[in-house]
Ligand binder design. Sequence first.
Ligand code: 2BA
Length: 97
Amino acid sequence: MKLTLTIVRDDDANKVVDALTQHGFYVTRLASTGGFLRTGNTVLLSGVEDDQVDQMLQIIQAHTQIHVHPPSSHLPREVQVSRAVAFVLGLERLAKL
Ligand code: 2BA
């Protein structure tokens, strides 16, 4: 099994979670903040079978947008934010008690 931690923009989070749950994935949402832009994002935590990871990433890609953060007084250049940033980790065991 794998543990996936996927960071998406808050604006995309509802669409992504809806699509994942409709496809049978279990998802836990964690409110978070990007360290660089200091804007809200959401971490999606899921325990999945190894052969489900690619399908999950495809669903996330299909329901997110690349975002261009405009320049501001704090940041003199625009910044491109990915659709999502996903970490896929080995998971020894998932127990429901
Ligand atoms: P933020 O930290 O707010 O970063 C937003 C965007 O700013 C990044 O988009 C990247 O384009 C730029 N950026 C971030 N750190 C930078 C730096 N030190 N120097 C120059 N530009 C920088 P993404 O790379 O798509 O990241 C989106 C969000 O995903 C990030 O929000 C952060 O919350 C998370 N993230 C990305 N890479 C990560 C990593 N290696 N470890 C942990 N979290 C990560």
